[in-house]
Design a protein around this ligand. Structure first.
Ligand code: IPD
Ligand code: CA
Ligand code: CA
Length: 270
């Protein structure tokens, strides 16, 4: 699908939308760098380890405003101020935004965080963007154009098994041994934990890891899902089902072989 109805009877081509988003992300990057020269406000949300900063809010406001200017009828879900939709029409464009994924990293280390946008229609991923700001690498693409890191096209990663690669996950899920994760981790070549779903999904997209397991909210997964599915990776719940775009679930982004290994082990008795 290369044309989108954007409201008011207007049609826009997918590549025009793509150019706009790339431009908005370049401006968002400037906001990130200008924040480094001042003290920014950090607040806790549900716990002392769940943070939101002035910059999360600033980038979110900027992206939502840009989208609404061009697509007046767009439906937007965004982590900090638009986490739900009142009404949902799957035929209209759905934008899912994580203004900063890895806020704890942004606050503590100023690296390993990403700005993420997923664009969906009819429950199908159309465009995905994961911007690793500090490395200036924008992972972007969708079913028609393929997946790129900046201008470089990514090839589908090899279909490795769990015992042939690294596993990405989250610390709490591993420490609490959710879904038999400790056993699954031991069967891999090793575990890597970076504290950003976007950065960790990039590592699966680029073949540096065979899978990423985590409990994710819609904005943590939306962008990476488009890119992963375009590259032939599987994006399933940990029990092997297709995740709903609007739900929060235990998700696995992996090569097909690793996915089969992990689902089998996650369901084995403890
Ligand atoms: C979090 C990060 C983290 C993942 C959490 C997410 P946030 O996103 O992606 O790696 O384990 O589930 O909530 O809150 O920094 O945008
Ligand atoms: Ca976030
Ligand atoms: Ca996130």
């Amino acid at each position: 699908m290369n044309n989108f109805r954007i409201g008011g009877g207007k049609i826009m081509k997918k590549n025009e939308i793509d150019h706009l988003v790339v431009e908005w992300l370049a401006q968002a990057k400037k906001m990130v760098f200008s924040s480094f020269s001042r003290k920014i406000m950090v607040e806790t949300k549900t716990s002392r380890n769940d943070l939101v900063t002035e910059l999360d809010r600033q980038i979110e406001k900027f992206l939502v405003t840009q989208i609404k200017n061009v697509f007046p009828t767009a439906q937007i879900i965004s982590e900090e101020s638009h986490p739900k939709l009142d009404k949902f029409d799957p035929q209209q464009l759905l934008w899912i935004i994580d203004p900063i994924d890895g806020t704890m990293n942004f606050v503590k280390t100023r690296r390993d965080f990403a700005i993420m946008i997923g664009v969906y229609q009819n429950n199908q991923g159309q465009l995905g963007y994961i911007y690793d700001v500090m490395n200036d690498c924008l992972y972007h693409g969708g079913p028609e154009k393929g997946v790129f890191c900046n201008q470089q096209r990514l090839l589908p990663p090899a279909n490795l098994s769990l015992n042939q690669g690294l596993l990405e996950t989250g610390a709490l899920m591993l420490l609490h041994n959710r879904c038999n994760l400790q056993k699954i981790a031991l069967a891999s070549n090793g575990v890597r934990i970076y504290g950003s779903a976007g950065i960790q999904i990039i590592r699966v997209l680029t073949g540096q890891a065979v899978g990423y397991v985590s409990h994710l909210k819609p904005w943590d997964l939306a962008a990476g899902r488009v890119l992963a599915e375009t590259l032939g990776l599987t994006v399933k719940t940990i029990d092997g089902h297709i995740p709903d775009v609007l739900s929060s679930v235990d998700v696995l982004v992996a090569s097909k072989n690793a996915q089969e290994d992990i689902v089998r082990m996650a369901q084995a008795p403890y």
